[in-house]
Design a protein around this ligand. Structure first.
Ligand SMILES: [Ca+2]
Ligand SMILES: [Ca+2]
Ligand SMILES: [Ca+2]
Length: 473
């Protein structure tokens, strides 16, 4: 038997070719593997991102569902229920991930969305109240008012059209309402360090870069508390609502018949007629019922000047329905309010229902976003009542003493430590309802821990609730 054999040199070159082939194959396989791993990793990451994103989104949806439920089926006897229900959906889990909704109160993160009605509305806040804010100066307060007022006349130290144009800033003052708190940064002197404080991304949460001292932007004091600057106390989002505390459209005292008022407010026929008589006056405002008695108001007392601040102004006086009212009121007024019989004063329950279910609007006037007396931080309350800290503190103790919270601004009449002046100052800007919330929901993928955050500003003053702003990061 003869074994096939090659000459030594040929054998060597074959071995070399084989080794080379193996080497090349190894390189090719290796490269393919790296590519495959990279693609798989990318795939895993994008799956994780989708999981985290949908978890965050689920938190937003759950919150919207709670907000809409409370608009449709409000609990008029408990001002805290909405907030309790929001807290129960602040954490949630899906099979592929979970979410967390938090906001900051006194620098500390707590469960649930941010109530925009815990802040002052930058479109109605007075210059005096602005000056109570940290780091606010007279020139900036004036410039903020100039930015939103319709005229081109600068306040004492303010800034109007000429200021912005002369400095070639590329924009002019809006001369209309601020649309967001970010817009404040366009105002002369309102630098981001004041507007945002440490909350650089304006999500109402303390992010790692906002708590590391000078290591990264923004500068912060690394103390574990979020100082959100003016964005923590000012909002452009809060709004009023045409719906009352029971979910029915509010009854306008100028439109409703005495019979309507009797059934909605639980007042007597006599009181209803007096209310209609009071509402006839163009200068009548609902809050006058807090500080003056119905008898005085129904016999022309509404024309007396009112004490206290009135940031909305009362210049708009045209009312297209005045003809209808006078016809209606003359039908009811003949028998009672003209005579000398004193109209019975409104009791606390009646006042509460009038403030919960009634309105006294000027045609065309915008719905004012008011602070919610149940959620407004004590410091903001004191900014609204700078000369009257005793009343401010009395409001805080009154609300803490009640398990259901304050149900109407008229509940403040229950404390003799709250002065009538404080009531007059607060009544145009304070209420006991919240309609707009900023929901910052952080979703996390269960498999990889990757996080996606969604911030949505939700307005529940009408149904369906509207998303006013939506950001993802
Ligand atoms: Ca202006
Ligand atoms: Ca932040
Ligand atoms: Ca800090």
């Amino acid at each position: 038997m003869r074994r096939a054999s090659f000459p030594p040199t040929r054998r060597g070159s074959v071995i070399l070719i084989v080794i080379w082939s193996i080497a090349i194959a190894a390189v090719v396989v290796g490269a393919a593997q790296v590519l495959a791993f990279r693609q798989a990793a990318m795939g895993r990451e994008s799956i994780a991102k989708v999981e985290a994103r949908w978890a965050a989104r689920a938190g937003i949806e759950e919150t919207i569902a709670v907000l809409e439920y409370h608009t449709e089926e409000p609990d008029a006897t408990n001002a805290r229920q909405l907030f309790r229900d929001l807290e129960t959906v602040a954490d949630g889990q899906l099979t592929s991930g979970d979410w967390q909704i938090r906001h900051v109160e006194n620098g500390v993160e707590i469960k649930g969305p941010q109530d925009e009605h815990a802040k002052l509305n930058v479109n109605t806040v007075t210059q005096e109240t602005l000056l109570e804010l940290d780091a606010m100066t007279m020139d900036v307060a004036d410039a903020i008012v100039d930015w939103r007022d319709t005229d081109d006349t600068p306040g004492m130290m303010g800034a109007e059209y000429d200021f912005y144009v002369n400095r070639d800033l590329g924009y002019e003052p809006r001369n209309g309402p601020f649309r967001s708190v970010q817009e404040l940064e366009l105002v002369a002197g309102a630098f981001p360090k004041y507007v945002r404080g440490e909350d650089q991304n304006l999500n109402g949460r303390l992010d790692p870069n906002e708590n590391d001292g000078a290591a990264s932007e923004p500068p912060d004091d690394a103390d574990g508390f979020l100082d959100a600057g003016w964005s923590g106390v000012l909002t452009a989002r809060s709004t009023g609502s045409l719906l009352g505390a029971t979910g029915e459209p509010r009854l306008d005292l100028r439109e409703g018949t005495p019979e309507d008022m009797q059934s909605r407010f639980g007042v007597t026929a006599e009181q209803a007629t007096a209310l209609a008589g009071f509402a006839k006056s163009q200068s009548a405002k609902l809050e006058m019922l807090l500080t003056q008695d119905l008898q005085t108001l129904s016999t022309g007392g509404a024309n007396a000047p009112q004490r206290g601040a009135n940031p909305q102004g009362s210049s708009k006086t045209n009312n297209p329905s005045s003809g209808r009212q006078s016809g209606r009121s003359s039908a009811g007024a003949g028998n009672q309010s003209g005579g000398n019989n004193r109209v019975q004063a409104l009791d606390q329950q009646q006042l509460r229902r009038i403030f919960q279910e009634g309105s006294l609007t000027t045609a065309g006037a915008p719905l004012v976003g008011k602070v919610n007396l149940n959620t407004v931080p004590p410091a903001v309350l004191r900014a609204l009542l700078p000369d009257d800290p005793i009343s401010a503190d009395a409001i805080v103790s009154l609300r803490s003493a009640s398990s259901s919270g304050l149900l109407s601004i008229s509940d403040l009449l229950g404390s003799n430590r709250i002065t009538p002046q404080a009531l007059s100052a607060l009544s145009p800007v304070a209420d006991t309802q919240s309609y707009v919330f900023t929901v910052t929901s952080r979703g996390r993928s269960a498999a990889t821990g990757l996080e996606v955050e969604i911030t949505a500003v939700v307005d529940r003053s009408t149904l369906p609730a509207r998303i006013l702003e939506y950001r993802e990061q």
